[in-house]
Each structure stands twice: as structure tokens, then as C-alpha cells.
Design a binder for this molecule. Structure first.
Ligand code: FAD
Ligand code: SIN
Length: 535
């Protein structure tokens, strides 16, 4: 296969980019690849909404910029913050033009929610299922485009660079170029190649490296691992955001159900095992302090009481309003026997968002030529050490747009698609079908456990060291499997998650301070020198 534009991922970043390039170049071919169903993305599960300044009477760009910078704890790139906040409004309007619907007040103004770290109500939302609504609107728009081919169940293994053409490529090689990707076609079980002029990486987050996460099973950090293998730049991987309030359900592993921060924005109160509203002891913004502070406070309360959860109390809230804004949460709680009018909701922190990722510039360009990145897999400089709630959907759209602008110029300067004949076929010689899956599933369990126990909300030197040596062993064993066995998505994902775990641990070790989402008890203070951790 060959294409002009290749998009890896069908979340908000990939779909926005695909819509834009397909409109600008109706005669060029756009392929979107997704590893399971097209709507199975982090985007689909977004609840709270998309932040943006739309009420210019009460709110302003300056206030949104200020809130983002405060949350990012000194590490945001101010230029990037300004770009996202100011251009974001146009992107939200485009989303609305593509058909996404946001809740409105009776007078027709948008209903604006509030979340932790925001000084104003500025979150547009669709009940508590905002992401589902956005994904619906975007996919419907995509299906109308004749020059877009959307291919599901197609697992991208690696981006193709000069390395695959037989040249030595190292971190210091100048002008590494992307020629396309190798894919595992899950229908034919064959490994194929797709040659592309321009490739957009929009593979989302990596929450699945932890035992408890709000992310769906697809969030295994594949894009970051691929770029790292291709010798591209990765940064700030230590900044893993733990959402304070995932629903606690005993025995549930994998994806935890989220209780959106907007519930606290509407008045929900966190209480510990003794019923105390503890947040006022930690921060004057109480339950609406930025996420790093709330998650650490909950972690501390759970450790003091020896419990696996705290409570979110919504009993005092007006129940008609709760049902109106949060019908999905209401129904989920009811399905497990919790009546939010009478019972408190058990919640605990869960891995939620990766602030770091593939380093990109202000046009979404990675350090590899003809390879762009946008959305959660990218590190644009917006989030710094801690993402402000509901800024990620906005960021994904802004940089998908900017990458479209830049790649529109680049594609006009390129000659024909790099002939796929030049790219060698995948060599699967000597590999055999796996006899048992236990070698993969057990390593996966071990990895999740060690990441949760040693590289969670609170870290220290000893824990990181231990995580590193355990990962070394898992890495060695998995590489042996990778070279011996016929490839499967499970094996590729395990390999990618071990790489991502290594990048998180390595970056955490390099950061000898506590800042934003990274808290190391051996270095509790902040370092005066502001630095990103680049690998
Ligand atoms: P995703 O939407 O995750 O899409 C990734 C795509 O990449 C998928 O199509 C997947 O199949 C594909 N892919 C990955 N690897 C491969 C591979 N190897 N081969 C082929 N395809 C691949 N943010 C907000 O701003 N507001 C919110 O209210 C909000 N709420 C959230 C609630 C939850 C429960 C979660 C999990 C996240 C929330 N976030 C929120 C974060 C936000 O949803 C994500 O950061 C954002 O949707 C990421 O979009 P994306 O396009 O980068 O990736
Ligand atoms: C939430 O709804 O609490 C999640 C918002 C986000 O992650 O930005």
C-alpha cells in the first residue's frame, strides 16, 4: 500500500488532522489506521469536556493562560500555552461545525463547567459523555470524505526510517526520515508495509502501564515506543497524571470508570474514612486544587487510614441537577448499588494522562522528518509538569491543525511517494507460533505491579532503582520472545509498554526534585534550574 497522508490513530488528534488534509487535498489519499475499532480511543471516554474561553464577559485568554501555567508548575512553554489558548476557540468552533453538540443554558449560551485549577467556568461539555459525542461527530464527518480510507484492526509495529533501508541510524544521525510503517494486519495475520509521504502519529496515551487506570486497553504508548526505537526525541515522561477520582470497585483491574472532576466542580466533596472533608488541610482551593495536589492528598489519606479508597460525597447536591449533568455516572453508580443521593461514592486515584511524550515543535513536527505527532502521544510544552484539566482535547485539536498547515507546505515540495519497492519486506524468518501466552500475560502483570508500586504518585530513589532492575529483566525476556515468535498485538504491546515504563523510570531518575506530578521523597524541594527531561 502507499498513500500521501498516513494517520495512525482515530482519536480526536488523528481524525481532526485527517479531516483537514482531506479537505485541502481532495485528490490526495489519506489512510487512517486504528488497532481495534475506530471509536475505541481515550477520546471516547472523555467526560468533563473541552476547556476554552467562550464567555468573554467573565473569562479571558489571560486567565486561561495563567491557570495553565500555575498548573504546569514552572515547566510550561509560555509561547505554546498562548498558542493553544488563543487558537483553541477557533478549533472548538470547527468541532461544532462538524456536528459536535455541547450543552446549552435555556437562553442559548453554552453551559460551562468548572474543574480543578480553573479560576472560571470554561469547560464545554456534552452531559458527562463529551468524548463520545466528539468521537461520533468526527467519525461521521470522516465517513463522508471520499479520499479517506479508515482501516480498523491494523496494528502499527514500527515507523520505517533509513535504518530499515540498511543505514546506521543513531540519536545523533541528522535528518532521520520517516518513509511509512510496518503493520500487523489483524485480518490476514500478515506483516505488511505502507509507504507514505507524510505520517501523523496520533496514538494516544499509556495509562495501561499501570494496574489501575482510567484509560481503555488501547492506551499502551505504542507511538512513543516506536519513535524511541526510531531514535526520535522523547521528553518529560515522568509526568504521569493520576486522576484523583476513579470509581473504586473491588477486584476491577484494567480500565477503571472515571468520576469526572466536574462533579467536584458542581460541589462534590472528598471525605476520608472518618467522614472528614480533608482537602482544606492540604490546599486553600480545597477539592478544586490542581490534580497533582488532590491525588497526593488522597494517597496520603488512604495510607493513614489503611484503606484502598476515600469517598466523594454528592448527597448534598441537588439530585435533579446531578442527574441532568451526570447521567452516565448516575447510571454506573446505580448499577453497582450506589445511590448518589444517599451513599458516598468510593474513589481512588488512577493513572490517567501522560503529559510527556514525543517531543514536537510549535507545528507538531517531531525530530524525525515527515513524521508529525499530535494528541496525548505528543509533548508540545503545553502541560509542563501537570496538565490543567480539560486542556488535552483542546491541545490535540490545535496541534492537529498546526501539523496540517505545516504538512500542507511540505507535501507540495516532495516528489513521488517513496517507492514501496525500496522498503524491504518484513523479515519473519525463523519465528514460530507461541506455544503459550502465559509468558506474555505474566510479564504484563509484573510490569503493571512494579510500575504501580514503585513509580506511582510518590516515588523515591530506592523504588526507582528497583523498578529499573526489574524492567531490565522483563525487557531482556520480552526481546527474546519478540525475535523468536510470530508477532501478535499482545507481544508488541508488552514490548512497547516495557519501553514506555523504562522511559518513565529513567526520566523520573533524572529529575532530582519534586515538581508537579513528579514527587520524590528523597528530593522533596524544587530545583532552581528549570529543565525538561529529554531522552
Ligand atoms: P486517542 O483518543 O487515545 O486515540 C488513539 C488512537 O491510536 C486509537 O485509535 C488507537 O487505536 C490508535 N493506536 C494506538 N496505537 C496504535 C497502533 N500501534 N497501531 C494502530 N493504531 C494505534 N481530556 C480532556 O481534555 N477533557 C476531558 O474531559 C477528558 N476526560 C478524560 C476521561 C477519561 C476517562 C480519559 C481516559 C481521558 C480523558 N481526557 C480528557 C484525556 C483525553 O481524552 C485524551 O488525552 C485524548 O482523547 C487523546 O486523544 P488522542 O487523539 O491523542 O488519542
Ligand atoms: C475529568 O472529566 O475529570 C477528566 C478531565 C480531564 O482529564 O481533562
Amino acid at each position: 500500500m502507499k498513500t500521501d497522508f498516513l494517520v495512525i490513530g482515530s482519536g480526536i488528534a488523528g481524525l481532526t488532522y485527517a479531516l483537514k488534509v482531506s479537505e485541502e487535498f481532495p485528490d490526495k489519499k489519506v489512510i487512517i489506521l486504528t488497532k481495534t475499532q475506530s471509536d475505541e480511543t481515550n477520546t471516547k471516554y472523555a467526560q468533563g469536556g473541552i476547556a476554552g474561553v467562550t464567555d468573554f464577559l467573565q473569562d479571558s485568554f489571560d486567565k486561561h493562560i495563567h491557570d495553565t501555567l500555575i498548573s504546569g508548575d514552572g515547566l510550561c512553554d509560555e509561547h505554546i500555552v498562548e498558542i493553544v489558548v488563543k487558537e483553541g476557540v477557533q478549533r472548538i468552533n470547527e468541532l461544532i461545525a462538524w456536528g459536535a453538540q455541547f450543552d446549552k443554558e435555556p437562553d442559548g449560551d453554552y453551559k460551562l463547567g468548572k474543574e480543578g485549577g480553573h479560576s472560571e467556568n470554561r469547560i464545554l461539555h456534552h452531559k458527562d459523555v463529551t468524548g463520545k459525542e466528539m468521537e461520533r461527530a468526527l467519525l461521521e464527518a470522516i465517513l463522508k470524505r471520499k479520499n479517506i480510507e479508515l482501516i480498523n484492526h491494523c496494528f502499527v509495529i514500527d515507523v520505517i526510517t533509513q535504518h530499515h533501508l540498511g543505514y546506521l541510524v543513531t540519536k545523533s544521525t541528522p535528518d532521520i526520515e520517516c518513509f511509512g510503517v510496518y503493520i500487523l494486519n489483524l485480518s490476514s495475520r500478515k506483516i505488511e508495509k505502507i509507504a507514505s509521504q507524510i505520517t501523523m502519529l496520533a496514538t494516544g496515551g499509556n495509562g495501561q502501564v499501570y494496574r489501575s487506570t482510567t484509560n481503555p486497553a488501547i492506551a499502551t504508548g505504542d507511538g512513543v515506543a516506536m519513535v524511541y526505537r526510531a531514535k526520535g526525541r522523547i521528553e518529560n515522561m515522568e509526568f504521569i497524571q493520576f486522576h484523583p477520582t476513579a470509581l473504586y470497585e473491588a477486584g476491577v483491574r484494567g480500565q477503571s470508570f472515571l468520576i469526572t472532576e466536574a462533579v467536584r466542580g458542581d460541589g462534590g466533596i472528598l471525605r476520608n474514612a472518618s467522614g472528614e472533608a480533608f482537602m482544606e488541610r492540604y490546599d486553600e482551593r480545597k477539592d478544586l486544587a490542581p490534580r497533582d495536589i488532590v491525588a497526593r492528598a488522597i494517597d496520603n489519606e488512604m495510607k493513614i487510614a489503611g484503606t484502598e479508597f476515600v469517598y466523594l460525597d454528592c448527597r448534598h447536591m441537588k439530585q435533579e441537577d446531578f442527574l441532568e449533568h451526570f447521567p452516565n455516572i448516575y447510571a454506573k453508580c446505580k448499577s453497582i448499588g450506589i445511590d448518589v443521593a444517599k451513599d458516598m461514592i468510593p474513589v481512588s486515584p488512577a493513572a490517567h494522562y501522560s503529559c510527556g511524550g514525543v517531543k514536537t515543535d510549535e507545528w507538531g513536527r517531531t525530530s524525525i522528518k515527515k513524521l508529525y505527532a499530535a494528541g496525548e502521544c505528543a509533548s508540545t510544552g503545553l502541560h509542563g509538569a501537570n496538565r490543567l484539566a480539560s486542556n488535552s482535547l483542546l491541545e490535540a485539536m490545535v496541534f492537529a491543525h498546526r501539523a496540517y498547515k505545516d504538512s500542507s507546505c511540505v507535501i507540495n515540495e516532495l516528489s513521488a511517494v517513496h517507492s514501496e519497492e525500496v522498503i524491504p519486506d518484513w523479515n519473519a524468518e525463523g519465528t514460530t507460533e507461541p506455544k503459550e501466552m502465559i509468558l506474555i500475560t505474566q510479564s504484563l502483570k509484573e510490569m503493571k505491579l512494579l510500575m504501580s508500586d514503585y513509580v506511582g504518585i510518590v516515588r523515591n530513589i530506592e523504588r526507582l532503582k528497583r523498578a529499573n532492575s526489574r524492567l531490565d529483566l522483563l525487557h531482556e525476556e520480552t526481546e527474546t520472545l519478540y525475535h523468536r515468535l510470530t508477532l501478535s498485538p499482545q507481544l508488541c504491546e508488552l514490548r512497547n509498554m516495557i519501553t514506555v515504563s523504562y522511559l518513565i523510570v529513567k526520566s523520573a531518575e533524572l529529575r532530582r526534585e519534586s515538581r508537579g506530578l513528579h514527587f520524590n521523597t528523597d528530593y522533596p524541594g524544587k530545583n532552581a534550574i528549570l529543565q525538561n527531561t529529554i531522552l
